[in-house]
Design a protein around this ligand. Structure first.
Ligand code: BMA
Length: 340
């Protein structure tokens, strides 16, 4: 048992199933009722996947990637009492500019959700003359104001940390190209005001392990711990039959998250079940959020599967920290600071 602490609120109603009897070596296990969101979940939406959820009051709220029946992805709001059964709004989230005028992206996908101080931020991928990061803020999930697009194209998989670090907002992202990107490392950037971003640093690269040798991208909002930021991310391997997306884990330095302290050299979860291997894009598991309870150490990981469904998996805080540390292999480019 490690004495590392999770620095996060207690969430006593975190969804949970115990580790199945007989499952010995696996660090993460699936919810037996997966997928929790199936096809045609709401009028006009064929599939929901790659979505982010969090506690809200005594219940839960989420931003969901809904693939409309015209094939274009957009973000929908959902609410749940148990974080497993979800009610979705039929309308897309209505984004406005700072004057209250409608300001909708052409398309929007892979949303993440985080609360920093008293404000909730939604971060997603959208068109900005190519794939780029879009962002909005809300205090009440009734009105949603767009903020400046943080980065130049091309970029994806942006994840904002849940608190400022050394006085600045901090965001991970994955600069790349605009297509089905065949490369990509995770970088970190800072901003004093969410408008101007700089101090860009390389965090970690693809390539060191075969299962993540093609590209990697941030997944869930990092969880603060006394040992560093616990990050669940996706890693992609290119096979002769297409990309395979798995879930990986790393721990980043608390005060300087460009430094990787531990990086698990094995995947934590890889496509194995029918809803991960079969769907619109087979062999994809794509984490976008966790719900975690600092008191019990329970962590529920939400992931899109096969670009068709939402799956839920579980791990225990102590166990996952130990597992990542025991299987850690950190490369020189994971630890260098501003060398290039
Ligand atoms: C990536 C993103 C994800 C998607 C994945 C697999 O490039 O677009 O939204 O889940 O491809 O198709």
């Amino acid at each position: 048992m490690s004495d590392i602490k999770m620095i996060a609120p207690a969430v006593s109603n975190v969804p949970w199933q115990e580790r199945p009897a007989g499952l010995k070596d696996a660090p993460v296990w699936r919810y037996t009722e997966n997928p929790i969101i199936g096809r045609n979940p709401v009028k006009g939406v064929a599939r929901i996947f790659n979505s982010a959820v969090m506690p809200y009051g005594d219940e839960f709220i989420g931003v969901f990637r809904g693939e409309q029946t015209n094939g274009i992805p957009y973000i929908y709001l959902g609410r749940s009492k148990d974080a497993i059964h979800w009610d979705f709004d039929e309308n897309k989230i209505p984004f406005v500019d700072s004057k209250g005028k409608s300001f909708m992206p052409l398309y929007a996908y892979d949303p993440r959700l985080v609360k920093v101080e008293d404000t909730y931020y939604i971060i997603w991928c959208q068109d900005f003359y190519g794939a780029a990061i879009g962002m909005a803020k809300t205090k009440d999930f009734e009105s949603f104001e767009r903020v400046e697009n943080p980065f130049l194209p091309y970029n994806r998989n942006a994840v904002l940390f849940p608190r400022k670090i050394n006085g600045n907002f901090v965001m991970l992202s994955r600069p790349s190209d605009s297509g089905h990107t065949p490369f990509g490392d995770i970088f970190v950037s800072e901003s004093p005001d969410l408008t101007f971003w700089g101090k860009h640093r390389h965090v970690m690269g693809r390539g060191s392990n075969w299962w993540e040798s093609l590209k990697i991208g941030s997944g869930a909002t990092p969880i603060e711990t006394s040992e560093g930021w616990l990050l669940f991310y996706h890693g992609v391997s290119g096979t002769c039959n297409g990309y395979v997306y798995s879930i990986g884990g790393a721990i980043l330095d608390l005060e300087n998250p460009s430094i990787v302290k531990y990086r698990c050299e094995t995947f934590l979860l890889t496509p194995e079940e029918w809803y991960e291997e079969r769907g619109f894009v087979p062999n994809v598991i794509f984490p976008c959020a966790t719900i975690h309870d600092s008191e019990s150490g329970k962590i529920a990981i939400y992931y899109g599967s096969a670009d068709s469904y939402v799956g839920l998996a579980f791990t225990k805080f102590d166990e996952i920290i130990d597992y990542i540390k025991e299987h850690s292999n950190v490369s020189a480019s994971d630890t260098e600071v501003g060398n290039r």
